[in-house]
Design a protein around this ligand. Sequence first.
Ligand SMILES: Nc1ncnc2c1ncn2[C@@H]1O[C@H](COP(=O)(O)OP(=O)(O)O)[C@@H](O)[C@H]1O
Ligand SMILES: [Mg+2]
Length: 138
Amino acid sequence: MNVPVMEPSAVLQPVSCDSDVVAARQLARRLAVEIGFSRPDQALIATAVSELARNIVKYADEGEIELCTIASGTRFGIKVAARDRGPGVEDVELAMQDGYSTGNSLGLGLPGTRRIVDDFEIRSEPGRGLIVTVAKWR
Ligand SMILES: Nc1ncnc2c1ncn2[C@@H]1O[C@H](COP(=O)(O)OP(=O)(O)O)[C@@H](O)[C@H]1O
Ligand SMILES: [Mg+2]
């Protein structure tokens, strides 16, 4: 899937603890409000960002969430990049399956996020980190 190029006016949230997860979630919600997403979509976007940030803390210890608005013609949207330099994922297809978890949790974070957004891209370099990029259009 093609995710549009990141705009220069991006917000960067370092992520290494639970309060950073909360901060990323709030930034996402604020941006979603600014862009004019419906209340249900605001909640979905906040949840997606929260799940990606939580995965960083849990599986990679630290990383970052970058948020920005995107535009195409008269359409607006939000783009999120979650990056870390942790262990990455050996089998991305497996990690994307409902219920798959190496952390004894629900295993719904990544597949749930994919269902919520319009564009979803996951790039894993095993041993070197994970980048998940998603975009949602209003
Ligand atoms: N940032 C990450 N770095 C390394 N592995 C990850 C990362 N995010 C997710 N994973 C792997 O993908 C699996 C599925 O993630 P997810 O769907 O969020 O479910 P859960 O967090 O409940 O395990 C995780 O159990 C983990 O093995
Ligand atoms: Mg998770």
